[in-house]
Design a protein around this ligand. Sequence first.
Ligand SMILES: CC(=O)N[C@H]1[C@@H](OP(=O)(O)OP(=O)(O)OC[C@H]2O[C@@H](n3ccc(=O)[nH]c3=O)[C@H](O)[C@@H]2O)O[C@H](CO)[C@@H](O)[C@@H]1O
Length: 369
Amino acid sequence: MTTRKGPIVIAAGGTGGHLFPGQALGQELTRRGHAIAVITDDRVAGVRQRFPDIDVFSVPSATPSGGGVLGMARAIVPILRGVMMSRKILRRLDARAVIGFGGYPTLPPLFAATMLGIPSAVHEQNAVLGRVNRLMGPRVTAIASTFDTPKYLSDKDAAKLTLTGNPVRDQIISVADTPYAPSGEGAPFTLLVFGGSQGARVMSDIVPAAVARLAADLRARLKVVQQARPEDVDRVRGAYQTADVDCEVAAFFEDMHARLASAQLVVARSGASTVTELAVIGRPSFLVPLPHAIDQDQLANAQVLSDAHGAWLMPQKDFTPERVATQLSKLMTAPDQLVSAAQCAKSVARPDAAQRLADLVEALASGSM
Ligand SMILES: CC(=O)N[C@H]1[C@@H](OP(=O)(O)OP(=O)(O)OC[C@H]2O[C@@H](n3ccc(=O)[nH]c3=O)[C@H](O)[C@@H]2O)O[C@H](CO)[C@@H](O)[C@@H]1O
């Protein structure tokens, strides 16, 4: 049994897709009365607001760029500095356990934890194990995952795997039971468009042009809520105004739970949290996986929803204004198909992922694993 008395440390950083599941676990552990602390890297803005009243420590890290020897060499110094700093922080905190949510910001604290013999775990959001989780898999005590058997999980590490699902924030859970509201003939139709936590240019290039091609009666029913990269906000808004379509365009929606709940159809990338949230709330979607990703993790994520008939997978090469306009016209006049897709999306949800992951982390922190 461990004699450590300090907090459970959540290591998370990089994009929202790595941070939000960490936030969801933090919310659940706090509810259970555990002290938590967060280690992230100093490139990440906005972490502190997501973990109010919690100690957040920044340590250096780096992502080897280009995969070559030079990229590795450049990254090694900040990573080593991050490991040294993490060791000091974890010792001082007397951390009971460390759980990492993937990405290079988690490498230094996880590595330091394993050096100090602190129980540790990684959570993989995607259907494919990310590079850091692959690297740390053999060293950590436990591996938690969203999907049954993440690709690249070695036979040896498979024994450490617990299927927890991907935790979503409390806000998302708060709308999970909002029934899907189909939009009948002539009724308003909300289309929600976003490209992951950072926005995706392709959404700005394609969706307004598709909407402009719709018949006037369909355009009159539409309200488009679209996230665009900051530099694209004005042109997207302008395109909808020219097409006489009601729109709300912003670089980031803090109230995504409410936006998802009130959408009749979603067009999005297929990052892990996006796909999980669509399933938990049960909303139909067109999913456009990020192309050229080394591991094709977004394709694998999207396939889970589309195999369940809860989403339409659109490879980016087929994501053209013409095709999107055709599909939109069909679906705006076929509410039954959207209702059915919403139900199918919900059928693959694991809304208790935060609890399952918290159970695992409690076992880890008590030293019983
Ligand atoms: C380009 C890239 O590296 N993408 C990866 C990144 O995606 P990314 O960071 O885009 O993450 P996800 O799609 O998993 O999550 C996006 C999150 O942002 C939220 N949101 C989005 C827009 C907005 O206006 N407001 C808002 O709150 C969504 O509700 C969701 O919670 O991490 C994911 C999880 O490891 C991976 O699956 C993705 O492949």
